[in-house]
Design a binder for this molecule. Structure first.
Ligand SMILES: [Zn+2]
Length: 249
């Protein structure tokens, strides 16, 4: 029996009916090779797992706030994240979750009473995927014991704490950011990226609260910065940002 056969969930794996159904479906097409190096029979082979464990964690500032990232977004990590997000390889969640969860837990331990707020995925990507990778990662990273789990529960932000809104129509003169939708984010100038992002998020229920903002991948940082702006605009204070991976600048 293949250890990655999703029809045979590991003992102790949490029962999530829909996730199991999804995995069963994926099992029909899943390759049984390492995502990192292509070695047969593993989702991620021991060699690649060891290499991941040796990766340095990342830290930078976003809008004046410390961002902790579990990994640099490159090589095996990039392949894992793309397989998870684009191909629904939720069997890779256990590989990525522990370090991400540890950073989130450290942030919540450093700032007692902070709210944990997720940068909402774009509506189209959320609809296309049918699952939220950040939610899966946080749900999985539960090795830390009942006290940490209880703290996480108490830190859960109310629904809609951060949501996407239609961006404001740009002032006259300059071409509006919506005119650039056909371009990938990388093709935009830095200014265009910021212009296109400001006002796209709105926060609620965070007034007077300390907030830890989480996201999966931080690329340019403009989306995370917009989350920080939105929380501040709603009267909250962002004390830490945490990402699964960040793109080196
Ligand atoms: Zn490998």
């Amino acid at each position: 029996m293949s250890p990655t056969n999703p029809r045979s969930p590991r003992p102790g794996a949490p029962p999530h009916g829909w996730a199991d159904a999804l995995l069963a479906l994926l099992g029909l097409v899943l390759p049984v090779t390492c995502v990192g190096c292509g070695a047969p029979d593993r989702a991620v082979c021991p060699h690649c797992r060891a290499a991941l464990a040796a990766e340095p964690q990342r830290r930078r500032l976003v809008a004046g706030v410390r961002l902790d990232a579990a990994f640099a977004y490159r090589d095996t990590v990039r392949a894992l994240v793309l397989e998870l997000k684009l191909r629904g390889r939720t069997d890779l969640v256990p590989v990525l979750a522990p370090r991400f969860g540890a950073l989130v837990d450290r942030a919540l331990a450093d700032v007692p009473g902070a709210l944990l707020v997720r940068v909402p995925p774009s509506r189209t990507s959320a609809r296309r995927r049918g699952f939220d990778p950040v939610v899966l990662l946080l749900r999985r990273a539960q090795g830390a014991g009942p006290a940490v789990r209880a703290r996480r529960r108490s830190c859960r932000a109310p629904r809609g704490a951060l949501r996407r809104v239609r961006p404001p129509t740009p002032a006259t003169g300059l071409p509006g950011p919506t005119g650039h939708r056909a371009h990938g984010q990388k093709e935009r100038t830095a200014l265009e990226r910021v212009e296109a992002t400001v006002g796209t998020l709105r926060a609620a229920h965070v007034t007077g609260r300390d907030v830890v903002v989480v996201d999966d991948v931080v690329t340019t940082g403009v989306t995370m910065a917009e989350a920080v702006r939105a929380v501040r605009a709603a009267g909250g204070r962002v004390v830490r940002c945490v990402a699964l991976a960040e793109v080196e600048e």
